[in-house]
Design a protein around this ligand. Structure first.
Ligand SMILES: CC(C)(COP(=O)(O)OP(=O)(O)OC[C@H]1O[C@@H](n2cnc3c(N)ncnc32)[C@H](O)[C@@H]1OP(=O)(O)O)[C@@H](O)C(=O)NCCC(=O)NCCS
Length: 210
């Protein structure tokens, strides 16, 4: 990622990333992800094919946060970056949930095991947008950029609700939890373990529009 010069007044702005722009910026986006999640370097190489495959799914949409110089800041609701070389400091994407997807099947299994009636399970899983990834580079966190990305991503969605999964943390005490709670996300499943991952996760959701 091109370093952000601290001497210059940077104003972040969010933009749609179409498939081509997403592919062009995949390495940058994965670098933001690995740094934000504090994952070991190299994780991005495993994730690249998965993120690329995700971008082919129905209803896929991605939004980026760029660090723009104040005099080149894109107007609100911009669909293309003013400066395509502006450093990417945040990434969010998702797609329409569907019963042929692994995540959907895992959550369905969890909901059944929790004893929820089928009518309630259908209401949760019949028509949702899966928020798959949301990350802001640590240098840009805490300035409502995560909220801006989420609002931009969810703007104009036609699904009834949005669902996401996030690692459980003690007392819900991290920025992701505070952001989701502030925006009204409610518990769908708690302390849920996805196959192949020993960490407990929460599945959260809320109705749309946001
Ligand atoms: C989760 C994440 C995307 C949120 O992005 P962000 O830009 O930091 O989020 P926001 O600024 O919109 O909101 C979170 C913080 O801003 C604070 N905040 C936002 N608006 C506020 C306001 N008006 N008044 C007071 N506090 C406010 C929140 O309370 C929180 O701050 P804190 O942790 O210092 O208490 C980002 O922190 C991140 O990438 N984290 C690591 C990766 C991660 O966990 N991703 C999600 C995986 S599911």
């Amino acid at each position: 990622m091109r370093p952000v010069d601290p001497q210059i007044a940077w104003t972040p702005y969010t933009v749609d990333l179409d498939r081509e722009e997403f592919a062009n910026r995949l390495h940058e986006a994965l670098s933001v992800y690995v740094t934000a999640m504090d994952y070991p370097r190299g994780t991005e190489f495993h994730r690249a094919p998965m993120w690329t495959e995700h971008s082919t799914r129905p209803g896929w949409k991605a939004v980026g946060a760029c660090a723009g110089q104040e005099d080149t800041v894109a107007p609100e609701n911009s669909v293309a970056p003013v400066d395509t070389s502006a450093p990417l400091i945040g990434i969010a994407y998702g797609y329409r949930g569907s019963s042929d997807q692994w995540w959907h099947q895992q959550v369905l299994h969890g909901l059944r095991r929790s004893g929820r009636p089928q009518s309630e399970i259908s209401a949760i899983l019949d028509d949702y947008f899966e928020l798959t990834e949301l990350h802001v580079h640590p240098s840009g966190q805490g300035h409502r950029l995560g909220e801006s990305l989420l609002r931009h991503l969810l703007r104009d969605r036609t699904e009834r609700s949005v669902l996401l999964s996030t690692p459980e943390v003690y007392d819900e005490d991290n920025r992701a939890w505070r952001l989701y709670r502030r925006l009204g996300f409610q518990d769908v499943l708690r302390r849920f373990r996805f196959a192949g991952d020993s960490r407990p996760f929460a599945v959260l959701g809320r109705g749309l529009p946001l």
